[in-house]
Ligand binder design. Structure first.
Ligand code: GLU
Length: 326
């Protein structure tokens, strides 16, 4: 029988009702598995409690520790795959971070829940069981970090949380999910994970690196530009703009970001629009302003990519290609 290690980090899947709402990250991974007797028919399970937080409190120090732990588990010859339980709020960033820095072709499957473990109709147990099913599937090899929730399989680069409370919250806006769980023992992958990830990634370091501060600014009508300059004075080593439309910004912001790029600060133009690529030199002349475009990468993930790329010292001249490749 295949062996899967379930690494728990917290989230609603480990949440407990508190009367008016619930507290995330309370229940241990072993308690979660106690209500899932069926897992023994699917895999031999080992557990690791990496941390236990609501994912709004996840940070890059913890995330780098999780990545190192995940790497050492996957490097073991007796382990076939890994499941990571995580809060849904920032799961997209954590999954994408691991997609960049963990080097393995073995299945790495995130899952979580939208209802706490104490809810009568909690979605956690079914999601966890499905994640284990995907982690033991031969078809899941070489697909990078995946997310399994609500019987749908997404790849880490593509998925975003789309609804504040619905159990069916995750979508991959650009091309849809990569696969589905059709029945308990039937998993169907509809297309290959796009872009460079995991075992082909150049970002694997096997140790923590100092990740720079990168700030995000959200584009809007009559957007102010002064905070962008302040953020660099406060230590930001890069900026990601959730621009309007094709990553556009007004004249005031354009003036500030041109100054910053002249100082060697990378500025990435993303978009607050959920779908489509940011195209270079369409309305903004990136070649002369010195800006980079996020391609089709979501803004929060663009920040993660820029943190990792700047953190390991990728030169400014190579950053645009990184955004096309990853
Ligand atoms: N804030 C919680 C978290 O991200 C709730 C979201 C969830 O896990 O569903 O951990």
């Amino acid at each position: 029988m295949k062996k899967v290690v379930v690494v728990a980090t917290g989230g609603t899947i480990a949440g407990v009702s508190n009367g008016s709402g619930y507290d995330s990250g309370i229940v241990s991974v072993d308690q979660l598995l106690k209500v899932l007797p069926d897992f023994r028919l699917i895999a031999t399970i080992e557990t690791a409690q990496s941390c236990n937080v609501g994912s709004q409190d996840m940070n890059f120090l913890t995330l780098q520790k999780v990545a190192i732990e995940v790497q050492s588990i996957l490097d073991r010859s007796d382990v076939d795959g890994i499941v990571i339980t995580h809060g849904t709020d920032t799961m997209e960033e954590s999954a994408f971070f691991l997609n960049l820095v963990v080097q393995s072709s073995k299945p790495i499957v995130f899952t979580g829940a939208m209802k706490p473990s104490t809810a009568i109709d909690s979605d956690g147990p079914a999601n966890l069981l499905d994640a284990i099913r995907v982690a033991v599937s031969h078809d899941s090899f070489g697909r990078g970090v995946l997310l399994v929730m609500h019987r749908v399989i997404h790849c880490a680069r593509a998925f975003v949380k789309s609804h504040t409370t619905s159990v069916d919250t995750f979508i991959s806006p650009e091309n849809g999910p990569v696969g589905h769980i059709i029945a308990d023992d039937t998993i169907s992958f509809e297309y290959d994970t796009p872009k460079v990830h995991t075992y082909l990634s150049n970002f694997h370091r096997g140790k923590s690196v100092i990740l720079p501060r990168i700030d995000i600014f959200y584009g809007c009508t009559d957007m102010n530009s002064d905070l962008i300059r302040s953020s660099v004075s406060l230590g930001a080593q890069g900026i990601v703009i959730a621009g309007v439309g094709n990553g556009n910004v007004n004249e005031a912001v354009l003036g500030v970001i041109s100054e910053l790029t002249r100082q060697g600060i990378p500025v990435v133009r993303g978009s607050r629009v959920p779908m489509g690529k940011i195209v270079r030199n369409l309305e903004i002349d990136d070649d002369s302003v010195g800006t980079l475009v996020a391609d089709s990468l979501a803004v929060a993930k663009s920040r993660v990519l820029l943190m990792v790329a700047v953190g390991i010292g990728i030169p400014l001249t190579d950053l645009q290609q990184i955004f096309y490749d990853y």
